[in-house]
Design a protein around this ligand. Structure first.
Ligand code: HEM
Length: 549
């Protein structure tokens, strides 16, 4: 009898201590003088964020209206500072990057300091700096030029499929077709693997990637209430993956096989991303690091997002961190690191670009006048079935504006524009404690009428990106790829692919709305990426047939 009584007593004391601890943690914003929604002692504000009919990006926008441009909420006990104050964001993402080089933890992840196979996305400190420096040259303009042949080739396959749909006069569910295309492109350009998702229905790689994303959303909230266990849960999952199929670990295993092949048979003509990573060596290991000093970088298309040279980065590195990485500093990427980076590129490369192109098709269907302007530009520069080179794409400014406006209206990566404070510091009179996460409220910024001028931000207007209008805006007003030294490394790759596909699509077809085209296009999603809530359905009309009639 006394054993259960003692157990119950211990549990009670433990439960009360946990309750007090969480209550104390929830006082942090009050102490900072930051407003925000009242948290539940256990799950914080996760319920409002995840079980509401609206999506989390909309809730953040709503909270901004209620509490102001900077507010705080809690994921379990973890405080998240959310801001759409562009000057504050500039301080955090660019000027004081050395104190904010961590990324907000995801509910289950490897330990960024200790895990052998931590990817660049999760890494922090010296390790992130090393991974990013080694990988950066892989994405320079000169290297990307190798990918245009592949992007053109895969676009042609897409056009053939679309032509069949258009000829029959059917409605087109465009997103899955675009997903197949982007998977084909990233599969071949990153790993030299011909995925052929466009040709093989129910492609196994695609199903595995989809399953990987589905798993995230369901358990994410529960895991987020137990941040103390995030690394342990990750290791348990890795262990169980040996016995049951966990997509993430299956994909990592496949990466390992590709890597083994590379040791026997390097791919050099042209080298894919994996080969470039295998070959890459860190060139700069000491002191202040010019993250953007690419050797052959002649491109300025990420001018919105990068730090200016005088805001160069020297990240704060603890002694332990320095020592931990001293051994690997001069080495190439390890096999585990290459596999994790490969997995990251695969995830980042396929769904982001396809979602963007689907949103763009939707916007153009609903804005025929803008589509006409785009068609006239494309038609004046490229011939039918012409191979689009990097240089040709650069000669199409309206195409670029159309994609930028799409990403303003649908910033699908907004959930990952986050940082984590690595050392308590004062920013604009605000004392930000170590380990606090900061989330840029991208949707609030992108729909702020004060930033985006006279035309309602809900209206699709590519002209917002005309050079003189762009120059008048705050440098952090456009955040689909994040900002500062830790912005999206695949930005140019994604834009180039989207530009080639869209130019070819518009040259051949007129995209029109139909009775099933939803307006407005709502977005949803977890696991760091948003996508259209409903199917994107449009009709395609062959321009060649229009010319004949
Ligand atoms: C339209 C397409 C894409 C969008 C909207 C997008 C968006 C983003 C965003 C918002 C971030 C976080 C940036 C920050 O924290 O400041 C990010 C990071 C990242 N993206 Fe992308 N991305 C896209 C395509 C790609 C592609 C094609 C690749 C690779 C092939 C890629 C690789 C990465 C990597 C590795 C990071 C982590 C960078 C770091 O932590 O240093 N992304 N992306």
């Amino acid at each position: 009898m006394w054993i259960p009584t003692i157990l119950a007593g211990v549990l009670l004391v433990f439960g009360y201590a946990l309750y007090r601890d969480r209550k104390n943690k929830h006082k942090v914003f009050e102490k900072m003088g930051i407003p925000g929604p009242v948290p539940h002692w256990w799950y914080g504000n996760l319920k409002q964020l995840n079980t509401n009919a609206q999506n989390s990006h909309e809730i953040l926008k709503q909270w901004s209206q209620e509490y102001g441009s900077t507010f705080g909420y809690f994921e379990g006990p973890t405080p998240i500072l959310v801001s759409s104050d562009l000057d504050l964001l500039k301080e955090i993402f660019i000027k004081n990057f050395n104190k904010f080089h961590g990324r907000k933890y995801v509910p289950v992840q490897p330990d960024p300091a200790e895990d052998k196979g931590c990817s660049m996305f999760m890494a922090q400190g010296q390790r992130w700096k090393r991974l990013r420096t080694i990988t950066n040259p892989t994405f320079t303009a000169a290297k990307l030029k190798h990918s245009t042949e592949l992007m053109n080739r895969k676009s042609r396959t897409l056009l053939k499929k679309l032509e069949a749909i258009a000829t029959k006069g059917d409605k087109c569910r465009i997103l899955p077709l675009l997903q197949d295309l982007t998977l084909d492109v990233i599969g071949e350009s990153a790993f030299g693997i011909e995925v052929n998702a466009q040709e093989i229905a129910g492609n196994p790689s695609l199903s595995m990637l989809k399953r990987n994303r589905e798993q995230n959303t369901l358990r994410k909230s529960f895991y987020a209430t137990l941040p103390e266990l995030r690394f342990t849960i990750y290791h348990c999952l890795a262990f169980f993956a040996k016995f049951v199929s966990v997509p993430r670990f299956q994909i990592l295993e496949s990466m390992g096989k590709v890597l083994e092949m590379r040791k026997i048979q390097p791919q050099r003509n042209p080298p894919d991303l994996m080969q470039l990573m295998v070959d890459a060596e860190a060139t700069n290991h000491h002191g202040s690091l010019e993250i953007f000093a690419d050797d052959d970088d002649d491109d300025d298309d990420d001018d919105y997002a990068k730090a200016s040279p005088d805001e160069s980065i020297d990240i704060q590195i603890s002694e332990a961190d320095r020592e931990r990485h001293a051994r690997t500093r001069k080495k190439k990427l390890t096999a585990d690191e290459i596999k994790s980076q490969g997995f990251l590129f695969l995830l980042a490369g396929y769904e982001t670009t396809s979602n963007t192109l689907a949103c763009c098709s939707h916007a153009l269907a609903n804005n025929p006048d803008k589509q006409q302007l785009l068609y006239e530009e494309v038609n004046s520069i490229i011939q039918d079935d012409e191979e689009l080179t990097y240089e040709k794409v650069k000669a199409l400014p309206y195409l670029d504006m159309v994609l930028r406006e799409t990403l303003r209206m649908y910033p699908i990566g907004s959930q990952v524009v986050t940082r984590r404070c690595v050392e308590t510091c004062t920013i604009n009179d605000l004392v930000v404690p170590r380990d606090m996460a900061i989330h840029a409220n991208v949707w609030d910024v992108h729909y702020n009428a004060n930033i985006w001028g006279a035309t309602d931000p809900k209206i699709f207007e590519p002209e917002r990106f005309l050079p003189d209008r762009k120059a008048r805006r705050h440098p952090l007003a456009w955040l689909p790829f994040g900002a500062g030294p830790r912005n999206c490394i695949g930005l140019r790759f994604a834009l180039l692919e989207a530009q080639i596909v869209l130019a070819k699509l518009i040259k051949k077809f007129r995209i029109v709305s139909c009775d099933q085209t939803k307006e407005p296009l709502e977005m949803t999603g977890g696991g760091g990426l948003l996508g259209p809530k409903d199917e994107v359905i449009v009709k395609l009309q062959l321009r060649s047939c229009e010319a004949e009639t």
